[in-house]
Ligand binder design. Structure first.
Ligand SMILES: *Cc1c(COP(=O)(O)O)cnc(C)c1O
Length: 518
């Protein structure tokens, strides 16, 4: 006893290394709180300055224009001073950043972020918990579990279901395909654990069904999981870009006839391009009948879980075996913030590995909650705190109301586009995207119209006045709005459409384009 306290006293008396040669003044601890406060204020001042100066969502800079500024920076030569580094950063990054909070950023599935999410980032980065084990996070583990349980309730999954935070939809979809694959195998061969023995010989026949409009991370997942892209059968969609359930069933039967083995169906609740929601009830019926794993990718549509007006559109999601949710898309959270949910928690054991140093089996038997047992990551950010703070400060109701307001904006934008004589609109928006193209006059070749629309997007991006996305549908070039910003108003969308038609007119006046018009 005496020895221990003597050691502690010695350290307290000044044996800690505080010389600057070792850089100890850069380490965050109670001795550096003043520094921490100062640098936080400096960062805040820089961001404040930048936001007040920024009138556009983007400066319009091109890669070759920005690259030289970085080329001359020697990472072997530290500036040693945070002010100097922040000033430099303003030049190489902030001045030309793409700002998702800007009302005229309407391109990809990036949302403006809510203040509680930023507040959480500040706390979690200072504490720096890692939510892989209880002994690295304590309350962080319980907070994550409670946010998971809250989301499970919103989805409507029953007791016995569980989930885990992930880096986003791609990782969640990978986990879904992994669990679908391994649980299928175990059902067929009770002694064959894929995590132990690898794929069985018949794995080359396993097939997963999804709509042609589903996210590419499904194919990526089957590739990573040793099943290959060929394991994915893409089903046609109906006029509303929703998976055609009749064609799904036909494809499943066809597989059986061909000696192939259907194992899972991926329904999308909110496709990336069209926001379309596959018929979850009909797909649920088919999955039950053919005993297939039903995964619902709600990376985008998950905002409906808190929608005061439109929750019913997700009816059937509660029948899923697994669900993907991206809080960093429609819950207005900072990147990264996503989660994966599974109806029967025992399936998560397919990703469990016990390491003596970290999460021994004995800890599980004692009931210690080590979330690493449910994750394919080890060290993991405490992203759940962002949703926690958002729910505690703002509440689910306001979050949902914000999503509802962008749903309404999408309908208004749709009417604006439809009323325009030179714009062809492909669909009525089911969530908050709108795919369309500019057609200056009839009789132009497909290639010319493709070229005009591709150039409109580029010209707009170069101007920086608005950022819109592009996509291809049936091989043709389209433009796309993704609306996720509750502060974007109809007048903003009128401006963006005016910019699009302005560039469209300019581009279609060009001689080479006219020459192509025979
Ligand atoms: C964005 C998206 C994903 C991928 O999610 P990330 O968070 O970007 O990894 C998966 N599925 C759908 C439908 C998406 O829209």
């Amino acid at each position: 006893m005496a020895l221990v306290s003597a050691t502690t006293q010695n350290l307290a008396a000044g044996d800690r290394d505080t010389s600057s040669a070792s850089g100890s003044e850069f380490f965050f601890n109670e001795a550096q709180l003043e520094q921490y406060a100062q640098q936080t204020l400096s960062a805040l001042a820089l961001i404040r300055h930048q936001l007040q100066q920024t009138e556009k969502p983007f400066s319009g800079i091109l890669p070759h224009e920005l690259a030289p500024a970085l080329r001359d920076i020697d990472l072997e030569q530290p500036l040693g001073d945070s002010q100097a580094a922040l000033s430099e950063l303003a030049e190489v990054y902030l001045r030309d950043a793409v700002w998702f909070h800007h009302p005229k950023y309407v391109a990809h599935l990036n949302c403006p972020i809510v203040l509680p999410s930023l507040l959480a980032e500040q706390v979690m980065s200072a504490v720096n918990s890692s939510v892989d084990t209880w002994d690295q996070s304590a309350g962080g583990t319980l907070i994550e579990q409670k946010v998971i349980d809250w989301t499970l309730q919103r989805i409507g999954l029953p007791a016995g279901s569980d989930g885990i935070f992930t880096s986003g939809g791609t990782q969640s979809n990978l986990m879904a395909m992994l669990l679908a694959r391994d649980s299928w195998c175990l059902r067929q061969h009770p002694d064959h654990l894929i995590k132990q023995r690898g794929l069985p010989p018949e794995a080359g026949k396993w097939r997963i069904f999804t709509s042609k409009m589903s996210h590419f991370s499904i194919q990526k997942s089957t590739a990573i999981l040793g099943l290959g892209y060929d394991a994915v059968i893409a089903i046609d969609h109906d006029d509303h870009y929703r998976m055609d359930a009749v064609k799904l069933e036909q494809a499943i039967q066809q597989c059986h006839q061909d000696g192939l083995i259907p194992i899972a169906v991926v329904a999308t609740a909110g496709t990336t391009d069209f926001g379309s929601i596959d018929p979850l009830q009909a797909i649920g019926d088919i999955c039950r009948h053919y005993q297939l794993w039903m995964h619902v990718d709600a990376a985008y549509g998950c905002g409906l879980l808190v929608s005061p007006q439109h929750r019913a559109r997700l009816q059937g999601i509660e029948r899923a075996d697994s669900v993907t949710v991206d809080y960093h898309k429609s819950f207005f959270q900072t990147v990264s913030c996503g989660a994966f949910f599974v109806r029967e928690s025992q399936h998560l054991s397919h990703v469990t590995v016990h390491a003596d140093y970290l999460n021994p089996l004995s800890a599980q038997q004692e009931g210690t909650p080590n979330l690493v047992n449910k994750s394919i990551q080890t060290t993991r950010r405490f992203d759940a705190l962002k949703m926690w703070m958002t729910l505690r400060i703002m509440g689910a109701q306001q979050l949902g109301a914000a999503f509802d307001s962008v749903l309404a904006l999408a309908q208004q934008t749709h009417r604006l586009l439809q009323a325009h004589p030179a714009i062809e609109v492909l669909h009525a928006p089911e969530l908050t995207t709108q795919v369309f193209r500019y057609i200056p006059r009839p009789g132009l070749s497909d290639e010319t119209v493709d070229e005009i629309n591709a150039q409109i997007r580029k010209a707009l991006f170069r101007s920086g006045n608005a950022v819109v996305a592009g996509t291809k549908v049936n091989g043709r070039q389209y433009l796309k709005f993704t609306l996720l910003n509750p502060t974007t108003c109809v007048a903003d969308m009128e401006d963006v459409i005016a910019l699009i038609t302005h560039y469209g007119r300019e581009l279609s006046r060009n001689a080479p384009l006219n020459a192509a018009n025979q």
